[in-house]
Design a protein around this ligand. Structure first.
Ligand SMILES: [Zn+2]
Length: 334
């Protein structure tokens, strides 16, 4: 326990809180900048289990702020969940880390949240956040929201049955600025992740009465901070007022989604893709490279396909879902 001695000297945690942390579990959805920083805090603090979910792999543009990754991870195109698992296991081998290379969707999220004590938001878009919010309120699991764009960040801990939810506080948050259009600086990421991690530490160490009851907004460049205290849940909120979970009722099936600002379209819902088999199939028509987790095929047209065993395909080099579908049909089928 020596490694936790300073944290245990902090009286709200103490020996009892540390024991509680040790038997706790947290789901971190999105292992980008926020997810890296949160996972780092919770692994060093001695959480019992961390389940890390991410659909993407490490790229050079991530290294400016995604603190668990290095150049070797980018060169090897390791999935972010796997690269983070390796680094975190070296940081604290006592923590059970589960790396899940998948997309959190209405189809997969119920399995992902199963057995988890808290859910932390490491995503970069509100469709995903509403999905996490709805799932958490359906299952009675706290959801710690966080987001950072440019030099500005927001965070709030939502506790089902006790506080309003994300939809109550930010009912229509789609279509704002994103990191891909407005950029982001790494200090704001660390600050937001620190707010999220502190709430997780309170909940997981058993200090649930200390959970903050507000939405904070910080601009680390301007040096401004303001806080909106939680009121009652809104009656007009589908989740809190009507007991509906709209994000979980979203259409399922094969789907092409343009990933914001990344010149990438993700196509999901197709059949599983055994990578070795697909390496043989695509090698005659593309320049193919494979690691145990994904296969990349550079097409002569300049676009790139990235195949995952769960059936997902990223079409890189276009933002047009129609063009992406056409390449998908030509090379993968359907
Ligand atoms: Zn609500």
């Amino acid at each position: 326990m020596d490694r936790y001695s300073r944290q245990m000297l902090f009286s709200p945690i103490g020996n009892e809180g540390q024991q509680s942390l040790r038997s706790s579990s947290a789901l971190i959805v999105g292992v980008g900048a926020l997810g890296n920083a949160i996972a780092n805090h919770l692994a060093r603090a001695g959480a019992g289990t961390l389940r890390l979910v991410d659909r993407d792999y490490v790229e050079w543009s991530n290294l400016g702020r995604q603190s668990l990754f290095d150049e070797r991870d980018a060169r090897a195109a390791l999935p972010k969940a796997v690269a983070a698992e390796r680094k975190l296991s070296a940081i604290n081998s006592e923590v059970h880390i589960e790396a899940v290379v998948a997309d959190a969707t209405a189809l997969t999220i119920s399995d992902l949240i199963d057995g988890m004590d808290i859910v932390l938001d490491g995503t970069d878009n509100f469709a995903s956040r509403y999905l996490l919010n709805d799932t958490c309120f359906k299952h009675g699991v706290p959801f710690v929201y966080g987001g950072a764009v440019a030099s500005r960040g927001m965070s709030a801990p939502f506790v089902p049955g006790e506080t309003p939810c994300l939809r109550c506080m930010l009912p229509d948050a789609s279509g704002g600025a994103t990191c891909d259009t407005a950029g982001v600086i790494s200090p704001i990421v660390d600050l937001v992740a620190a707010y999220q991690s502190a709430e997780a530490l309170k909940w997981l160490s058993g200090r649930r009465e200390s959970m903050r009851r507000s939405l904070v907004t910080v601009d680390i460049w301007a040096g401004s901070y303001y806080e909106v205290k939680f009121g009652s849940p809104r009656e007009s909120c589908p989740v809190c007022g009507k007991g509906e979970f709209p994000a979980l009722e979203a259409a399922v099936g094969e789907e092409a989604v343009s990933l914001c600002g990344r010149e990438t379209v993700q196509i999901s819902g197709g059949a599983p893709l055994p990578l070795e088999e697909w390496e043989g199939r695509l090698s005659p028509v593309a320049s193919v490279s494979r690691n145990p987790f994904l296969l990349r095929a550079e097409l002569s047209s300049g676009e790139r396909l990235v195949l995952f065993p769960d059936g997902r395909v990223l079409v890189q080099g276009t933002t047009d879902p129609v063009r992406a579908k056409s390449l998908y049909s030509r090379y993968i089928g359907n």
